[in-house]
Write a protein that binds this ligand. Structure first.
Ligand code: ZN
Ligand code: ZN
Length: 381
């Protein structure tokens, strides 16, 4: 444990609302917006430190107000104070009381935004009724800031990566013919908890053989691992709300020539992708680095998904790395690079690392060995 990054103390969120305000004031569309109603719980957590399952935050010109219910009064006070959130908390016992409190909070605000992607139509109707004002639809205002991770967030993600690395290293020697996908999954998830994770950061994928391994999001079953299988393991840990994400593929026994060829092509594409990560690169360009290599190797048609995605408080978040990608990578982004090739005649192969975008390039946060996929030989470190 001593080598894990230090994550003592809560994350300081005190500057975050200011960054969100600055973001919309500097935009063409929302420059004259006075305040923003935040309904997405992940965005609320990022802004305030509050982890409850119900609440609404309002980013006002000079403070944030959190409206929640009686179950969360003490928790909200403790978490907001711990996160140094400059915020007041209003408690309403019923949904009606909470709406009335919101109306008080935004009284006098003339242009009020709401998160259109995170507000149901029913909720929007309630807000319009209760607040008696027109609401401006916005999208991605908090997410645009949330994608940039600070040091405390990187430390949590890095710790989650280290825990998954350690769990996988313990499990690899047990991936032998006769074991089932579900057994391998159970071991990985138990070990990650033992090493200090809250749990897995998503349902761990263990996909073995020509039927299951070609399914990028296969759920582990009682399928027995056999000689000749490719085994795709996609595993991440959750630490203080932050996720990690990594995939390694193993070849059980003596691989076929085609399995070797595919593995080498995927690894080559993945290594090139990780090496290409730098601020200023568009996500479409990063996707093309991996996709072009696999196309040149003859496997392009079987790379059936995007190259990667951002990771943070959510396992899939901005920026998304695919051929349509209009994002420009910037320092503080944390993205996966995960090309894969899937086909019934050899199984599936995916290699995935989580990479921090630094001021000059990229830094891989997942570090499990990937050069030698052959089992039962132990991987080199
Ligand atoms: Zn993954
Ligand atoms: Zn991923």
């Amino acid at each position: 444990m001593a080598t894990f990054p230090d994550i003592a103390g809560p994350i300081d969120v005190s500057a975050r609302a200011g960054r969100v305000r600055q973001g919309w004031r500097g935009s063409d569309r929302f420059a004259d917006m006075a305040a923003l109603v935040v309904t997405d719980l992940t965005n609320i957590r990022w802004l305030t430190g509050f982890t409850g399952s119900a609440g609404t935050a309002v980013v006002l010109p000079d403070e944030v107000v959190l409206v929640t219910d009686g179950r969360y009064g003490d928790q909200a006070e403790r978490q907001l104070a711990g996160a140094r959130c400059r915020s007041s908390i209003r408690i309403g016992r019923t949904a009606g009381e909470q709406l009335a409190l919101l109306a008080e909070v935004v009284a006098g605000v003339d242009r009020l935004g709401f998160e259109s992607a995170h507000t149901t139509h029913a909720r929007w109707c309630q807000l319009v009724d209760a607040l008696s004002m027109e609401l401006i639809p916005t999208s991605g205002l908090v997410e645009a800031c949330r994608r940039t991770k600070d040091g405390a967030e990187i430390a949590r993600i890095e710790r989650a990566c280290a825990i998954a690395d350690l769990a996988l290293a313990e499990v690899v020697p047990t991936i032998v013919p006769g074991r089932t996908e579900a057994q391998v999954r159970n071991d990985l998830e138990r070990l990650m908890r033992e090493f200090g994770a809250t749990g897995p950061s998503y349902e761990t994928i263990v996909a073995a053989g020509p039927v299951n391994a070609p399914l990028p999001h296969h759920r582990p079953t009682e399928t027995v691992i056999e000689e000749g299988h490719t085994v795709v393991i996609d595993v991440g840990a959750l630490v203080d709300g932050y996720h990690s994400d990594m995939t390694r593929t193993f070849l059980v026994g003596t691989p076929s020539a085609l399995q070797r060829e595919v593995y080498e092509a995927v690894l080559d594409a993945q290594v090139a992708g990780v090496a290409a990560v730098r601020p200023g690169l568009t996500t479409a360009e990063l996707d093309a680095v991996c996709r072009d290599r696999l196309t040149q190797a003859g496997f392009g048609p079987w790379f059936s998904h995007g190259t990667g995605h951002g990771v943070g408080l959510l396992i899939h978040e901005d920026p998304f790395v695919n051929s349509a990608g209009g994002w420009v990578l910037q320092e503080g982004d944390v993205v996966t690079v995960e090309p894969g090739v899937y086909r019934g005649d050899f199984g599936g192969v995916r290699v995935e690392d989580l990479v921090e975008v630094t001021s000059t390039g990229g830094r891989a946060l997942t570090r499990s060995p990937k050069e030698d996929p052959c089992l039962p030989s132990a991987p080199t470190t």
